[in-house]
Design a protein around this ligand. Structure first.
Ligand code: ADP
Ligand code: MG
Length: 238
């Protein structure tokens, strides 16, 4: 049974249909990457999975349950944003603990979960710092840590590396791949970067103007692109 299932999902903003019927099944532990040019609907799709955006039509299942109309907090998914969205007045520890406190997790367990995530991300020495005293890469680790401590069923990433310079981006790419291996978690990752898609994905979903052009493994897309758009997109590194 698939762990994440999208059935003919559509999204309208006023008269404009920006997601025109997307279907997808992902297995537990799979790393799925949505890739496509700016404006094709990647963020909108991810936000619908997170529950941050209503679904106009179609059905969304997570872990065998219909969550199409379920509020975000009950979906047990967690999103990492491009902008990090850290609270500037809180320390790294407080930032990572915040969601757990809201969920009324006991303090001892919060300490344990934050400590564990900080070790995985190698930010244990930064727990007392405020975000302004961190580098871009460190901030991104904290943002990822905030997701890890939630023990979500699905990790959602919206272009998490696009604010980093090329060197750091390459390094974080390796770390996210390692994180995926270590946690064995299901991840849905949005990017417009072909290299990120090719190196991270078990399966790539190529989107164009709100529609799926092709779904397949990186090698399938590379070796047998369905059309010129996919070939051009996957074949042409930036
Ligand atoms: P991507 O993340 O692939 O760059 P988006 O999902 O952000 O694309 O946007 C897809 C399309 O939906 C774009 O044409 C965008 O202008 C439009 N869109 C996104 N959010 C809104 C909104 N809240 N209201 C109206 N149009 C929107
Ligand atoms: Mg986007």
């Amino acid at each position: 049974m698939s762990f994440l299932k999208l059935e003919n999902i559509k999204k309208k903003f006023g008269d404009a249909t920006v997601i025109k019927g997307v279907s997808l099944s992902a297995e537990k532990g799979e790393f799925v990457v949505f890739v496509g040019p700016s404006g094709c609907g990647k963020s909108t799709l991810l936000r619908m999975i997170a529950g941050l955006e209503d679904v106009s039509e179609g059905r969304l299942d997570i872990d065998g349950r219909d969550v199409t109309y379920e509020e975000p907090a009950k979906r047990e998914v967690s999103m990492v944003f491009q902008s990090y969205a850290l609270y500037p007045h809180m320390t790294v520890f407080e930032n990572m603990a915040f969601g757990l406190r809201m969920a009324k997790i006991p303090e001892a367990e919060i300490k344990q979960r934050v400590g564990e995530a900080a070790r995985i991300l190698q930010i244990d020495v930064l727990l007392d710092r405020k975000p302004r005293a961190l580098s871009g890469g460190q901030r991104q680790r904290v943002a990822i840590g905030r997701s890890i401590v939630r023990h979500p069923k699905i990790f959602l990433f919206d272009e998490p590396l696009s604010n980093l310079d090329a060197e750091l981006r390459a390094q974080m790419r390796v770390e996210i791949a390692r994180l995926h291996r270590n946690l064995g978690a299901t991840m849905v990752y949005v990017t417009h970067d072909q290299i990120e898609a090719m190196t991270l994905a078990d399966r790539i979903v190529v989107l164009r103007a709100g529609l799926v052009e092709q779904i397949g493994s990186p090698t399938e897309l590379y070796d047998r692109p369905a059309n010129i758009f996919v070939a051009g997109f996957i074949g042409s590194p930036k």
